[in-house]
Ligand binder design. Sequence first.
Ligand SMILES: [Zn+2]
Ligand SMILES: [Zn+2]
Length: 523
Amino acid sequence: MGDGRSCVLRARDTDADERGTIRIRGAHHVADDRRHRRFIDGERRTKRSEIDRHTVVFHSRNCLGDVRSWLSFDERLDGELHDQQRHEKPQRRGEGTTYDESMAENPQTLAARDVHGTAQQLSSHVDDLYDGAVALRRRLHEWPEVGNHLPTTREAVLESLDGLPLDITLHNSTSGIAALLTGGKPGPTVMLRGDMDALPMPEDTGLDFSSRSDNMMHACGHDTHTAMLATTARLLSERKDDLPGRVLFMFQPGEEGHHGAKFMLEEGLLEVPPLADGTASPITAAYAIHITTAIPAGWITSKGGPIMASSDTFEIVVTGRGGHASEPFRTLDPIPVACEIVQALQMHVTRRIPVFDPTVITVTQIHTGTTSNVIPESAYINGTIRAVSESTRKKVHEGLRRVAEGIASTHDMSADVSVKIGYPVTVNDGPSSTFGLEVADALVGADKSVRLPSPVMGAEDFSYVLNQLPGAMMFLGGTPEGVNPATAAPNHSNRVMFDERAMKTGISLYASLALRTLGVRLA
Ligand SMILES: [Zn+2]
Ligand SMILES: [Zn+2]
């Protein structure tokens, strides 16, 4: 399928319309060697003149993850790129319409490419807004909220956006906020995501602005994301007249396991209206930034293909027959069987799952028994499953069930297995992540802009967005000054602290991703 640099997929049954455009049904994305992409009705178009009629070339950096994502992508489609029926396509508004590619070449848009000044000017613009970002971040940090309903947080965000030229949609099913900025020139829409929720845990950082809410803490840095996104909204609003397109700011709750992004999508997040003159302006790309103490402050990392794992939980109840501990032969003792299942699951991972498509099964709880002279009737096991491709995720679910039920049945017992589905694999679009890292190179220098060699096994509900739109998740280093990232308190620690100055890099990154996606160049 690929040599690590590019991947050629043969697309059968492609057809061309009168404009010489080739349509390839069911493809996740099609990118030509100039990274042009077209999106229509869940189908992808690319100019006949740009590629051979029956060949689509996927380009990316020399990155194993990309090859893997292509492989799993291909598996999902069972090798039938043209067979849209096999690939359930989410609906999104704007179907049947398209961003007119001539927009990119119109004189207004071309002119806009030169009007945003220099990278230094962007940087000083960020400096001007930085104090506001810190104030908002600290306010959010002091009053964290958990889950999908974050009234205090929403109020703080709305206050910070007050007076800006944004079309704001308040979501009903959650505290989500969608804020749409329409530039003075026509063009497509780019979406930027910031999550707003905290974690149910105590804070022990000793910071002046520590949490004042019992058992709630912004330990994943979402307070910084929200502050960075709101500040980016202000920065781009101040450049509105020259903006050739639109920016949709997605403030989402419930990232920490509450499926907040999914609820926002279901409530029509992507249903952006056309421009005032009726021209369509669909969302062509989506980006999210996540701060982490795993890398030095101000560094940026990402990768093409899978960047974060799926996250599912499982429960197994092994049922035997209880009795006296002195006479196990008169009972069906579930304890050794539960132990055997735990061991066998690890063997299943190493022997049945390809090493280049990794998965993790971790058993996190075993509960059974009450005292030393009683064999209990049942044993309870639970844990988590992580995978970085949807095909392996499915295989692991099946394997887990087979292993547990098979072992229990060997010992005349039963195993009741249930899997609770969590977030999907977060898969960065290859060209979008390459583009994002090129933007990062320009922003922080190539030495601080790092291509991740492998995915992170944590999970993200931005995955739901990336299942519908091309885009990328990027990590922003936030380790406090003088602290080694290897030993820094990690995200989700009760002691985690972030270097707030990293927010300057994050704001610049959000703004640059939006500007560059819309065709604006900075000198
Ligand atoms: Zn988190
Ligand atoms: Zn997080």
